[in-house]
Design a binder for this molecule. Structure first.
Ligand SMILES: N[C@@H](CCC(=O)N[C@@H](CS)C(=O)NCC(=O)O)C(=O)O
Length: 298
Protein backbone atom coordinates (compact mmCIF):
# COMPACT_ATOMS: atom_id res chain seq x y z
CA UNK A 1 0.00 0.00 0.00
CA UNK A 2 1.46 3.37 -0.98
CA UNK A 3 1.72 5.59 2.02
CA UNK A 4 4.09 8.50 2.40
CA UNK A 5 2.67 10.53 5.20
CA UNK A 6 2.38 10.59 8.93
CA UNK A 7 -0.83 11.45 10.71
CA UNK A 8 0.45 10.38 14.09
CA UNK A 9 3.27 12.85 14.67
CA UNK A 10 2.08 16.26 15.89
CA UNK A 11 5.58 17.74 15.55
CA UNK A 12 5.23 17.67 11.77
CA UNK A 13 5.22 21.01 9.92
CA UNK A 14 1.55 20.96 8.97
CA UNK A 15 0.52 20.72 12.59
CA UNK A 16 2.99 23.36 13.71
CA UNK A 17 2.00 25.81 11.06
CA UNK A 18 -1.71 25.28 11.55
CA UNK A 19 -1.40 25.87 15.28
CA UNK A 20 0.85 28.88 14.92
CA UNK A 21 -1.40 30.44 12.34
CA UNK A 22 -3.89 30.95 15.13
CA UNK A 23 -1.33 32.81 17.25
CA UNK A 24 1.47 34.87 15.79
CA UNK A 25 2.29 35.70 12.18
CA UNK A 26 6.04 35.72 12.83
CA UNK A 27 6.35 31.97 13.41
CA UNK A 28 4.63 30.54 10.40
CA UNK A 29 7.65 28.83 8.92
CA UNK A 30 8.20 25.23 9.84
CA UNK A 31 11.39 23.63 11.06
CA UNK A 32 12.17 20.22 9.64
CA UNK A 33 13.30 17.75 12.22
CA UNK A 34 15.45 15.41 10.13
CA UNK A 35 16.99 15.46 6.70
CA UNK A 36 15.63 12.08 5.68
CA UNK A 37 12.18 11.29 4.34
CA UNK A 38 9.83 9.54 6.71
CA UNK A 39 10.03 5.80 6.25
CA UNK A 40 6.68 4.22 5.52
CA UNK A 41 7.01 1.74 8.38
CA UNK A 42 7.63 4.44 10.97
CA UNK A 43 5.49 7.21 9.69
CA UNK A 44 2.35 5.94 8.02
CA UNK A 45 -1.10 5.20 9.24
CA UNK A 46 -3.07 2.55 7.41
CA UNK A 47 -5.27 4.02 4.76
CA UNK A 48 -6.09 3.06 1.20
CA UNK A 49 -6.17 6.65 -0.07
CA UNK A 50 -2.90 8.60 -0.38
CA UNK A 51 -3.52 11.83 1.44
CA UNK A 52 -3.41 15.04 -0.54
CA UNK A 53 -2.75 18.50 0.95
CA UNK A 54 -0.60 17.10 3.75
CA UNK A 55 3.16 17.40 3.99
CA UNK A 56 3.98 14.34 6.06
CA UNK A 57 7.73 14.28 5.53
CA UNK A 58 10.25 15.36 8.08
CA UNK A 59 12.36 16.89 5.33
CA UNK A 60 11.44 20.02 3.35
CA UNK A 61 9.53 19.82 0.07
CA UNK A 62 11.62 20.02 -3.10
CA UNK A 63 11.07 21.85 -6.36
CA UNK A 64 7.29 22.14 -6.84
CA UNK A 65 5.44 21.40 -10.06
CA UNK A 66 2.39 23.48 -10.89
CA UNK A 67 -0.29 22.00 -13.14
CA UNK A 68 -1.84 24.97 -14.83
CA UNK A 69 -4.76 25.32 -17.23
CA UNK A 70 -5.34 28.19 -19.64
CA UNK A 71 -7.90 30.78 -18.43
CA UNK A 72 -7.91 29.47 -14.89
CA UNK A 73 -7.35 30.20 -11.24
CA UNK A 74 -3.82 28.87 -11.45
CA UNK A 75 -2.87 32.51 -12.10
CA UNK A 76 -2.88 32.87 -8.28
CA UNK A 77 -0.29 30.13 -7.85
CA UNK A 78 1.83 31.06 -10.87
CA UNK A 79 2.03 34.68 -9.70
CA UNK A 80 3.04 33.58 -6.18
CA UNK A 81 5.70 31.21 -7.54
CA UNK A 82 7.07 33.94 -9.81
CA UNK A 83 7.33 36.26 -6.78
CA UNK A 84 9.34 33.60 -4.92
CA UNK A 85 11.70 33.15 -7.87
CA UNK A 86 12.09 36.92 -8.29
CA UNK A 87 13.06 37.26 -4.63
CA UNK A 88 15.59 34.39 -4.98
CA UNK A 89 13.68 32.45 -2.36
CA UNK A 90 12.89 29.65 -4.78
CA UNK A 91 15.40 28.70 -7.45
CA UNK A 92 12.83 27.42 -9.89
CA UNK A 93 9.60 25.49 -10.28
CA UNK A 94 8.31 23.08 -12.90
CA UNK A 95 5.33 23.91 -15.05
CA UNK A 96 2.89 21.52 -16.67
CA UNK A 97 0.79 23.79 -18.87
CA UNK A 98 -2.52 22.44 -20.17
CA UNK A 99 -5.05 23.94 -22.58
CA UNK A 100 -8.79 23.94 -22.25
CA UNK A 101 -10.75 22.03 -24.87
CA UNK A 102 -11.70 24.33 -27.74
CA UNK A 103 -15.24 22.94 -27.77
CA UNK A 104 -16.14 22.21 -24.14
CA UNK A 105 -13.58 24.45 -22.37
CA UNK A 106 -12.93 21.53 -20.01
CA UNK A 107 -9.54 20.55 -18.65
CA UNK A 108 -7.86 17.60 -20.41
CA UNK A 109 -8.04 14.15 -18.79
CA UNK A 110 -4.26 14.25 -18.33
CA UNK A 111 -4.72 16.71 -15.47
CA UNK A 112 -6.20 13.85 -13.47
CA UNK A 113 -2.68 12.45 -13.21
CA UNK A 114 -1.94 15.38 -10.88
CA UNK A 115 -5.07 14.97 -8.77
CA UNK A 116 -8.13 12.82 -9.31
CA UNK A 117 -10.53 15.72 -10.00
CA UNK A 118 -8.21 17.14 -12.66
CA UNK A 119 -9.05 20.79 -11.99
CA UNK A 120 -6.62 23.69 -12.06
CA UNK A 121 -4.52 24.53 -10.10
CA UNK A 122 -2.67 21.49 -8.75
CA UNK A 123 0.73 21.56 -7.10
CA UNK A 124 2.73 18.34 -6.81
CA UNK A 125 5.90 17.98 -4.81
CA UNK A 126 8.36 15.34 -3.60
CA UNK A 127 10.80 15.75 -0.71
CA UNK A 128 13.88 17.85 -1.49
CA UNK A 129 16.20 14.98 -0.66
CA UNK A 130 14.09 12.29 -2.37
CA UNK A 131 12.95 13.74 -5.70
CA UNK A 132 11.98 10.30 -6.98
CA UNK A 133 9.44 9.72 -4.18
CA UNK A 134 5.87 9.74 -5.54
CA UNK A 135 4.76 13.35 -5.23
CA UNK A 136 2.17 14.65 -2.82
CA UNK A 137 -0.62 16.66 -4.47
CA UNK A 138 -1.96 19.96 -3.21
CA UNK A 139 -5.22 21.38 -4.54
CA UNK A 140 -7.51 24.37 -4.00
CA UNK A 141 -5.73 27.59 -4.89
CA UNK A 142 -5.98 29.18 -1.48
CA UNK A 143 -4.56 26.11 0.26
CA UNK A 144 -1.74 25.80 -2.26
CA UNK A 145 -0.82 29.41 -1.49
CA UNK A 146 -0.83 28.65 2.24
CA UNK A 147 1.45 25.65 1.60
CA UNK A 148 3.85 27.87 -0.36
CA UNK A 149 3.78 30.44 2.46
CA UNK A 150 4.41 27.82 5.14
CA UNK A 151 7.11 25.81 3.41
CA UNK A 152 8.87 28.04 0.87
CA UNK A 153 8.30 31.76 1.36
CA UNK A 154 10.57 32.30 4.39
CA UNK A 155 8.25 34.93 5.83
CA UNK A 156 7.96 36.95 2.60
CA UNK A 157 4.18 37.16 2.88
CA UNK A 158 3.84 37.04 6.66
CA UNK A 159 1.56 39.89 7.72
CA UNK A 160 3.29 42.50 9.89
CA UNK A 161 0.77 42.63 12.70
CA UNK A 162 -1.94 40.38 14.15
CA UNK A 163 -4.50 42.83 12.69
CA UNK A 164 -3.01 42.43 9.22
CA UNK A 165 -2.94 38.68 9.70
CA UNK A 166 -6.67 38.66 10.45
CA UNK A 167 -7.29 40.96 7.49
CA UNK A 168 -5.22 38.76 5.17
CA UNK A 169 -7.08 35.61 6.20
CA UNK A 170 -10.43 37.37 5.94
CA UNK A 171 -9.81 38.60 2.39
CA UNK A 172 -8.46 35.23 1.26
CA UNK A 173 -11.84 33.83 2.27
CA UNK A 174 -13.83 36.77 0.94
CA UNK A 175 -12.12 36.46 -2.47
CA UNK A 176 -12.81 32.74 -2.72
CA UNK A 177 -16.38 32.85 -1.46
CA UNK A 178 -18.34 36.12 -1.76
CA UNK A 179 -16.49 37.67 -4.71
CA UNK A 180 -15.85 34.42 -6.60
CA UNK A 181 -19.39 33.09 -6.16
CA UNK A 182 -21.06 36.26 -7.43
CA UNK A 183 -18.55 36.52 -10.25
CA UNK A 184 -19.17 32.90 -11.31
CA UNK A 185 -22.93 33.34 -11.22
CA UNK A 186 -22.75 36.53 -13.27
CA UNK A 187 -20.37 34.90 -15.74
CA UNK A 188 -22.54 31.82 -16.10
CA UNK A 189 -25.63 33.91 -16.93
CA UNK A 190 -23.49 35.92 -19.32
CA UNK A 191 -22.00 33.04 -21.29
CA UNK A 192 -24.99 30.71 -21.57
CA UNK A 193 -26.60 32.70 -24.43
CA UNK A 194 -23.17 33.28 -26.02
CA UNK A 195 -22.56 29.53 -26.08
CA UNK A 196 -26.01 28.69 -27.48
CA UNK A 197 -26.51 28.09 -31.23
CA UNK A 198 -28.01 30.94 -33.18
CA UNK A 199 -31.73 29.99 -33.49
CA UNK A 200 -32.09 29.69 -29.71
CA UNK A 201 -29.74 32.50 -28.74
CA UNK A 202 -32.22 35.42 -28.85
CA UNK A 203 -34.66 33.46 -26.69
CA UNK A 204 -32.02 32.62 -24.11
CA UNK A 205 -30.81 36.21 -24.12
CA UNK A 206 -34.29 37.34 -23.13
CA UNK A 207 -34.07 35.05 -20.12
CA UNK A 208 -30.44 35.30 -19.12
CA UNK A 209 -29.53 38.95 -19.70
CA UNK A 210 -31.89 40.16 -16.92
CA UNK A 211 -30.54 37.42 -14.63
CA UNK A 212 -27.00 38.44 -15.44
CA UNK A 213 -27.86 42.05 -14.57
CA UNK A 214 -29.24 40.97 -11.20
CA UNK A 215 -26.05 39.13 -10.22
CA UNK A 216 -23.83 41.85 -11.66
CA UNK A 217 -25.74 44.36 -9.52
CA UNK A 218 -25.09 42.22 -6.46
CA UNK A 219 -21.35 42.69 -6.96
CA UNK A 220 -21.67 46.40 -6.13
CA UNK A 221 -21.77 45.92 -2.35
CA UNK A 222 -18.69 43.68 -2.18
CA UNK A 223 -16.85 46.11 -4.48
CA UNK A 224 -17.78 49.05 -2.20
CA UNK A 225 -16.54 47.05 0.76
CA UNK A 226 -13.24 46.31 -1.01
CA UNK A 227 -12.93 49.99 -1.87
CA UNK A 228 -13.39 51.02 1.77
CA UNK A 229 -10.79 48.46 2.83
CA UNK A 230 -7.87 49.89 0.89
CA UNK A 231 -5.95 52.96 2.06
CA UNK A 232 -2.56 54.63 1.59
CA UNK A 233 -1.31 52.83 4.73
CA UNK A 234 -2.81 49.50 3.69
CA UNK A 235 -2.90 49.41 -0.11
CA UNK A 236 -3.00 45.59 -0.22
CA UNK A 237 -5.73 43.23 0.82
CA UNK A 238 -3.00 41.58 2.87
CA UNK A 239 -2.50 44.91 4.73
CA UNK A 240 0.61 47.09 4.47
CA UNK A 241 2.31 44.57 2.17
CA UNK A 242 1.42 42.02 -0.45
CA UNK A 243 -0.25 39.01 1.16
CA UNK A 244 -1.96 35.77 0.22
CA UNK A 245 -5.26 37.68 0.05
CA UNK A 246 -3.93 39.62 -2.93
CA UNK A 247 -3.07 36.45 -4.85
CA UNK A 248 -6.55 35.13 -4.06
CA UNK A 249 -8.31 38.35 -5.07
CA UNK A 250 -6.70 38.79 -8.47
CA UNK A 251 -8.51 35.87 -10.11
CA UNK A 252 -12.12 37.00 -9.58
CA UNK A 253 -11.17 40.67 -10.04
CA UNK A 254 -9.46 39.95 -13.36
CA UNK A 255 -12.60 38.19 -14.56
CA UNK A 256 -14.77 41.12 -13.45
CA UNK A 257 -12.54 43.64 -15.21
CA UNK A 258 -12.38 41.66 -18.46
CA UNK A 259 -16.13 40.98 -18.55
CA UNK A 260 -16.86 44.61 -17.56
CA UNK A 261 -18.63 43.75 -14.32
CA UNK A 262 -16.23 46.10 -12.55
CA UNK A 263 -16.25 49.83 -13.29
CA UNK A 264 -12.89 51.20 -12.16
CA UNK A 265 -14.13 54.79 -12.09
CA UNK A 266 -16.52 53.86 -9.25
CA UNK A 267 -13.86 52.09 -7.19
CA UNK A 268 -10.60 54.02 -7.74
CA UNK A 269 -8.61 52.37 -4.94
CA UNK A 270 -9.50 48.85 -6.07
CA UNK A 271 -8.77 49.96 -9.62
CA UNK A 272 -5.33 51.24 -8.55
CA UNK A 273 -4.66 47.94 -6.77
CA UNK A 274 -5.61 46.04 -9.93
CA UNK A 275 -3.36 48.20 -12.11
CA UNK A 276 -0.48 47.86 -9.63
CA UNK A 277 -0.76 44.07 -9.77
CA UNK A 278 -0.84 44.12 -13.56
CA UNK A 279 2.35 46.16 -13.63
CA UNK A 280 4.25 43.68 -11.47
CA UNK A 281 6.83 41.75 -13.54
CA UNK A 282 6.06 38.57 -11.58
CA UNK A 283 2.36 38.81 -12.44
CA UNK A 284 3.19 39.49 -16.10
CA UNK A 285 5.47 36.46 -16.26
CA UNK A 286 2.72 34.35 -14.66
CA UNK A 287 0.26 35.38 -17.39
CA UNK A 288 2.80 34.40 -20.07
CA UNK A 289 3.46 31.06 -18.40
CA UNK A 290 -0.26 30.27 -18.40
CA UNK A 291 -0.34 30.71 -22.16
CA UNK A 292 -3.81 32.22 -22.44
CA UNK A 293 -5.54 34.31 -19.83
CA UNK A 294 -8.35 36.85 -19.97
CA UNK A 295 -8.76 36.20 -23.67
CA UNK A 296 -5.15 37.11 -24.43
CA UNK A 297 -2.76 34.53 -25.82
CA UNK A 298 0.83 34.86 -24.59
N1 LIG B 1 -11.90 25.36 -6.11
C1 LIG B 1 -10.76 25.28 -6.98
C2 LIG B 1 -11.22 25.48 -8.41
C3 LIG B 1 -10.94 24.28 -9.26
C4 LIG B 1 -11.56 24.51 -10.63
O1 LIG B 1 -12.78 24.32 -10.82
N2 LIG B 1 -10.74 24.94 -11.61
C5 LIG B 1 -11.24 25.27 -12.93
C6 LIG B 1 -10.45 26.45 -13.49
S1 LIG B 1 -10.51 27.88 -12.50
C7 LIG B 1 -11.02 24.11 -13.90
O2 LIG B 1 -10.06 23.39 -13.79
N3 LIG B 1 -11.92 23.99 -14.89
C8 LIG B 1 -11.80 23.00 -15.92
C9 LIG B 1 -12.85 21.92 -15.85
O3 LIG B 1 -13.76 22.02 -15.01
O4 LIG B 1 -12.75 20.97 -16.63
C10 LIG B 1 -9.76 26.38 -6.59
O5 LIG B 1 -10.16 27.40 -6.05
O6 LIG B 1 -8.57 26.22 -6.83
Amino acid sequence: MECNFDLSDPSQPSYQTRDLLQSTPSKLNPTYTTSTPASSAQNCVMTSVPQHNYWGYKSPPGTPTVWSLTESGSIRVLWALEELVEQNILESYNLKAFQRSKTTHAAPEAMKEGFRLGKSPILTVSPANAPDEPPTSFVEGRLILQFLADHYAKGLWDPKTPQDQARDIFFQEFAGTTVSTLTSLTLTMDVIPEATPWPLRPLLKLLFVPLMSVFKGKLAEPFEFLEDTLSDEKPWFGGSKLGLADFCMIFPLDACVVRKYFDGTKYPKVNRWHKTVHELPAYQRAVKKMGEYNGVKA
